[in-house]
Design a protein around this ligand. Structure first.
Ligand code: PSU
Ligand code: MN
Length: 307
């Protein structure tokens, strides 16, 4: 299999089943690891990561969880590597800005949506499943906090399957930035943009497609037209697992206030809000978070097969 650029080769380990699948042109789905290191508590994080890989395998694709372990960019982890990453308390959170730092300093870290897209693209993987992307934070007009995930979607040609933007973000501004940067946002089977834990936000999905084959076809068409960049698929959480938006709004508001009171900023904001909401919902938000990642993994496997 080919790694692009060629000079990246010495820094990358491709797990054998992933390398074989890529060489044979069989479907592969990438998975991020910040959700493991910073998004969920141990041991739920490890169990979620294992289960999501199984869902992708059962769906007929090969899972490739991406992370940096002791300075090595891992495209696919063994069960042992994945479990020990879940137990690593001091892993870095790696985006485009710090991916190479972790490699040059021999560090271990979870890759965000942005860094996972970069590594997936280097290895030739076209589809990636996650929970929610980073986006424009509420109050961004003051904090300037806009996730690097949005710029990455604009430049790296990977299909990212998510449950929308996390509802802790300003979804309306996130959609505006994605439009400005030329990123197609596709509601999967829905006309309304989902809001992570909830099936509905107050905003329309910019585009709608109903079948995985259509999403694959759309991606190929964009590539053929030379438009470059990625696609964001917004896949609503299954009905029986959702927490309705009105109810979620109360918890999000309380978490936001706690973050302000404690002067949480920068990279720490998303992990802080997620763990605060987990506490406020008595673990219910975590169950929903796991359900939506699993749901996205299923769809991503279908898209990978259609490609
Ligand atoms: N979704 C989750 N939990 C997470 C994240 C997403 O359910 O921890 C992570 C993703 O890795 C995403 C990152 O790329 O949060 C965004 O962080 P920031 O806003 O700092 O860019
Ligand atoms: Mn940020």
């Amino acid at each position: 299999m080919t790694i692009t650029p060629e000079t990246a080769r010495p820094f990358i380990d491709v797990h054998a089943p992933v390398a074989q699948a890529l060489a044979a042109g069989r479907p592969v789905v990438a998975l991020e690891s910040t959700i493991i290191t910073h998004g969920m508590p141990y041991p739920d994080n490890g169990a979620m990561a294992a289960n999501v890989e199984k869902i992708i395998s059962d769906g007929g694709a090969v899972p490739a969880t991406i992370a940096v372990v002791n300075g090595r960019i891992k495209i696919g982890l063994s069960d042992g590597e994945r479990e020990s990453l879940a137990m690593t308390g001091d892993a870095m959170k790696l985006s485009r800005a710090d991916l190479a730092f972790a490699v040059s300093e021999g560090r271990t870290g979870g890759t965000t949506v942005a860094a996972t897209m970069i590594a997936a693209h280097m290895a030739g993987i076209k589809v990636f499943a996650t929970g929610g992307i980073g986006g424009v934070h509420k109050g961004a007009e003051k904090s300037f906090d806009i996730s690097a995930d949005l710029d990455e979607l604009a430049r790296t040609p990977v299909i990212v399957v998510s449950a929308g933007a996390k509802a802790i973000l300003d979804i309306e501004k996130t959609l505006e930035v994605l439009e400005t940067r030329g990123v197609p946002v596709i509601g999967h089977g829905c006309e309304t943009m989902p809001a992570f834990w909830s099936r509905q936000s107050p905003f329309r999905a910019p585009l709608t497609l109903h079948r995985p084959e259509q999403i694959a076809h759309f991606h190929k068409t964009r590539q053929a037209l030379g438009l470059g960049g990625g696609i964001l698929v917004a896949n609503p959480v299954p009905q029986d697992q959702e927490i309705p938006a009105a109810e979620m709004a109360r918890y999000i508001d309380a978490a936001q206030k706690a973050a302000e009171a404690q002067h949480i900023s920068g990279k720490a904001v998303t992990p802080f809000l997620l763990s605060k909401i987990l506490e406020l919902t008595d673990g219910r938000s975590l169950k929903t978070n796991i359900a939506l990642v699993e749901n996205n993994a299923r769809l991503a496997a279908e898209i990978a097969k259609a490609l």
